[in-house]
Design a protein around this ligand. Structure first.
Ligand code: NAD
Length: 418
């Protein structure tokens, strides 16, 4: 049974809703639908960790491998209280469609541990990461499944994962991506998702004539993705008027000094007290009268409650699934263009692919080469989707899912899955 539009869809039902629409659009047969709708493998583990004060805390951990028809499973590891099995399942499926749109030789996977990292010390995070890695290691591997960072994980997390994996199977840096450069990480990986978001926005601006130069931009989230997006979009001449993090938002009609926000974040752990800016809430940021809105934090932030009040004309999804299906439909009807997550934030996994190939070849690319190749991949992904959307009168999301599902179905067919 296909998922029907509703206000109460879970993250996985939301992603499946878009999949079902794409399957209808391309006339996918029922057997292939059954294969591509669900996950190939879902591993749930109990992760007991001895905390610094001697208490034992037991966390829930997951690794979901959605589909591997096009190559090894690939996807980040998220540490967040809401990273339950449904959320991880949804994010794993999105990775399959994202790697297909970017035409990378990977499948899709995602991992998560339900925990509050801001309450944990570095040594607690290290023990958690090592324990979790040990528990899922037997389904990982350079040619099986390659993790990367996501929310509340970073290059340090990947270094611990690589080390723990190496204890069991021998040192092999290609077993994770997003590592520190000193351990075989790729130059340009840290900025890659944000850089890809901005490359996509530039392509969209060129194709539609909606200018970036002088445009007012609001960005929710100032972590890895949001901060690099802000920095790089400011370089295009756009005016970043609002930024936020988990503690709240800041607003300056004349444009925020993004480098000063970066310094503020480094010094204080948050941007909220940046001088010369007004304060606003994360909810208010989404409703600002801006030209471009870029959610770069959590999923589901634009839903049936606030969609009608969104004033931006273009939304670029730097976060994964920030717009629910009901909101997606309402915004489409209202003439708001959405550049979907599976194109817009594919820059991270693209440079992860470059890192993986560099590690396998035991060779390092210059950062310039990384950024040039990233731009090529993002340009092609956007152009493929925009042309398909124009030819078939579809939204960019409908077109992106249709192309991705077609590519994965073709690979699954060639392999004889069905
Ligand atoms: P991060 O942990 O580095 O940063 C998250 C940011 O969001 C922080 O600024 C945090 O303060 C803010 N935040 C957290 N909860 C919030 C809330 N309730 N309201 C407002 N802001 C909140 O994470 P990230 O790696 O930048 O990931 C952000 C999004 O981008 C996620 O949806 C992730 O799945 C997606 N993404 C990340 C990558 C990557 O390479 N890191 C790649 C593709 C997609």
């Amino acid at each position: 049974m296909t998922v029907q539009l509703s206000d109460t869809l879970t993250p996985h039902q939301s992603v499946t809703y878009f999949f079902d629409r794409a399957a209808d659009c391309i006339g996918l047969d029922d057997e292939m639908r059954d294969v591509l709708r669900g996950s190939y493998r879902e591993l749930s583990v109990q992760v007991p960790v001895r905390m610094d004060d001697g208490r034992l805390m037991v966390f829930n951990g997951y690794r979901v491998q959605h589909n591997g028809a096009r190559g090894p499973y690939k996807g980040g590891i998220r540490y967040h209280p809401e990273a339950d099995i449904d959320e991880v399942r949804a994010l794993a499926a999105l990775m399959t469609w994202k790697t297909a749109i970017a035409d990378l030789p990977f499948g899709g996977a995602k991992g998560g541990v339900q925990c509050e990292t801001y309450l944990m010390s570095e040594s607690e995070k290290q023990r958690l990461t090592r324990r979790f890695t040990g528990m899922i290691a037997y389904i990982l591997g350079v040619n099986r499944d390659i993790p990367a960072p996501d929310m509340n994980t970073n290059a340090q997390t990947m270094a611990w994962m690589m080390d723990e994996f190496g204890k069991r199977y021998g040192h092999n840096p290609a077993c994770v991506t997003g590592k520190p450069v000193e351990l075989g990480g790729s130059l340009g990986r840290e900025a890659a998702t944000g850089r890809g978001v901005v490359f996509t926005a530039i392509e969209h601006a060129k194709r539609t004539g909606v200018p970036l130069e002088g445009a007012r931009v609001a960005i929710q989230g100032f972590g890895n993705v949001g901060s690099w997006t802000a920095r790089l979009i400011a370089e295009t001449g756009a005016r970043v008027v609002a930024l936020s993090d988990i503690r709240g938002g800041i607003y300056n009609e004349k444009g925020i000094d993004v480098e000063a926000a970066w310094t503020q974040q480094t010094l204080t752990g948050s941007i909220v007290d940046l001088e010369g800016c007004d304060k606003l809430s994360n909810d208010e940021l989404l409703l600002l009268d801006v030209d471009w809105l870029i959610p770069a934090a959590l999923g589901g932030v634009i839903d049936s409650r606030n969609a009608a009040n969104i004033k931006a004309r273009v939304i670029v999804e730097a976060a994964n699934h920030p717009v629910t299906p009901v909101a997606d439909a309402a915004l489409g009807d209202a003439g708001v263009t959405i550049v979907p997550d599976i194109i817009a934030n594919a820059g991270g996994v693209t440079v992860s692919y470059f890192e993986w190939t560099q590690n396998i070849q035991q060779f390092r690319w210059e950062e310039e080469q990384v950024n040039e190749q990233l731009q090529k991949v993002m340009r092609k992904a956007y152009a493929d989707v925009a042309s398909y959307a124009e030819n078939k009168s579809l939204s960019l999301r409908e077109a992106a899912f249709a192309i991705a599902v077609q590519r994965v179905a073709r690979a699954a067919n060639l392999r004889g899955y069905v």
